[in-house]
Ligand binder design. Structure first.
Ligand code: HEC
Length: 127
């Protein structure tokens, strides 16, 4: 049954070829410590956003803001430069809008910005 064998061999080859693009991601050990720190910062930033901003803003990668006047966080950095926003939040500036006054420590703001950067629909404009 040479034809059957050839077909099976071909099928095996095709499957192997298909599997390649879906190769599993690098093992956790291969992820650098730096990337883990980044991930941790984004997680902490999301927790801050959920605790302090989600009453009005959509803070996740989809969905509408509970307060229709508040822009979704996944688009804010297209209008705000991350470093400007960071500075204003640290200084307790109210970012030009009617929201409660926040006081962040620099680390909290770093985390919040890292999270915001990670969810932007479009890449933030470069200065
Ligand atoms: C009580 C509701 C409320 C809360 C809570 C709130 N915001 Fe807002 N935010 C708004 C509204 C409303 C606007 C739009 C104001 C305007 O356009 O004049 C806004 C606008 C913004 C803008 C400006 C966006 C732009 O495109 O100009 C930023 C940045 C922002 N908020 C960040 C935050 C952060 C960070 C938090 C949490 C620490 C937060 N907001 C919590 C109501 C809120």
């Amino acid at each position: 049954m040479r034809v059957g064998f050839a077909a099976a061999a071909f099928l095996g080859f095709a499957l192997a070829a298909c599997a390649a693009p879906n190769a599993p991601p690098a093992s956790p050990e291969a992820v650098s410590a730096g990337a883990e720190v980044e991930q941790q910062m984004r997680d902490d930033g999301r927790a801050i956003a959920e605790a302090q901003c989600a009453a009005c803003h959509a803070v996740g990668p989809y969905g509408a803001s509970p307060n229709p006047a508040a822009p979704t966080f996944r688009t804010v950095l297209s209008r705000y430069r991350a470093d400007v926003l960071e500075e204003e939040l640290i200084n307790g500036v109210r970012v030009a809008h009617p929201m409660p006054e926040f006081q962040f420590n620099p680390q909290g703001v770093d985390e919040l910005i890292a999270y915001l950067e990670s969810i932007q629909e479009a890449p933030a404009p470069q200065p």
